[in-house]
Design a protein around this ligand. Structure first.
Ligand SMILES: C[S@@+](CC[C@H](N)C(=O)[O-])C[C@H]1O[C@@H](n2cnc3c(N)ncnc32)[C@H](O)[C@@H]1O
Length: 289
């Protein structure tokens, strides 16, 4: 399909789209990306794309609503599109509350809405049924999973209360996870149950468990509140040795050192500002055979 993608943070959105949709980018301007992709089903997983529209001929139009894709679209432009649609589809009717079709317009293009990102805030760490003050936010979890673009299953060795596993499960992927702390693992189980996600999850040490995964996405422990003081460098080195992954996506505080094996290739490295004292580093690493 050929589509118009309205994105939030152009750098991260571009990376997410690049790895998930493997697109041919036609045009990119500020927060609009026009592209071609054949991975249409995966569009529904996007976290940094707010809305996506398919550019195609409108063949049947019953009830519809017109919305602006770009800010520069004027009331006159909307009226002109409405007039054109009425002429081409005389039976069609405008329905502002429950339209079957949403027609998005820019100054030059018309397209049919195929995706609108759901509100992810309700699954923030502190709002999940078994809440926790800190934890990865759902949007970042989804971005990480999309960068990894796993075949059908992910493994989070340091699962906490389940932030990454929940998003992966809701995206239709199989999940595996381990969490060393009993109380935290119980919370993860409660959360997974609430969202109806079946996960191969254990209250176990990631370095000792029999669970293994080839597609690893994780947010390893750091900071003073963490009881486990093993540095990220050691934890990640051991996780790689134990699992021999194909791909790994992780976030860690900016500047954290890693010790990677020779076959590791860092495909992407991005920085995400969280607050005054924390900027996260986001890494996508692949491992050659
Ligand atoms: C930064 S938190 C992960 C938060 C998680 N992404 C979430 O959204 O809740 C890291 C977690 O790793 C756990 N952990 C530390 N060492 C571990 C080990 N060796 N094996 C498994 N889990 C471990 C900690 O107890 C902590 O809950």
């Amino acid at each position: 399909m050929k589509g118009i993608f309205l994105v939030e943070n152009s750098k991260l959105a571009e990376l997410e789209i690049k790895h998930l949709l493997k697109p041919k980018i036609i045009k990119q301007e500020k927060n609009i990306i026009i592209l071609e992709t054949n991975k249409t089903k995966k569009i529904q997983r996007l976290a940094f794309t707010k809305k996506a529209y398919e550019i195609k001929n409108i063949t049947n139009l019953e009830t519809y609503k017109i919305e602006k894709i770009t800010k520069n679209v004027t009331t006159k432009d909307i009226e002109a599109t409405a007039k054109k649609l009425k002429k081409e589809h005389p039976e069609s009717k405008v329905d502002l509350s429950h339209p079957k079709t949403i027609v998005g317009i820019t100054k030059e293009l018309q397209a049919i809405k195929v995706y609108e990102r759901e509100k992810l805030i309700s699954r923030r760490a502190d709002k999940r049924p078994a809440g926790q003050k800190a934890g990865i936010n759902p949007k970042l979890a989804r971005l990480m999973i999309n960068l990894l673009n796993p075949k059908d299953e992910i493994y989070d060795p340091f699962a906490g209360t389940g932030g990454i596993l929940i998003e992966a499960g809701l995206m239709g992927l199989k999940t595996k996870g381990t969490e060393i702390d009993k109380k935290t693992a119980d919370k993860a189980l409660e959360n997974l149950d609430f969202y109806n996600i079946k996960s191969n999850f254990e209250n176990e040490d990631a370095l000792k468990t029999s669970i293994k995964g080839e597609y690893i996405v994780t947010d390893p422990p750091y900071g003073r509140s963490t009881s486990n003081k093993t540095p990220i460098k050691v934890l990640i080195k051991k996780v790689i040795e134990k699992n021999s992954p194909k791909k790994l996506v992780l976030t860690m505080p900016k500047g954290t050192e890693l010790e990677l094996p020779k076959n590791a290739v860092i495909l992407e490295r991005e920085f995400i500002y969280v607050h005054k004292s924390l900027t996260r580093e986001l890494l996508l690493i692949s491992f050659e055979d």
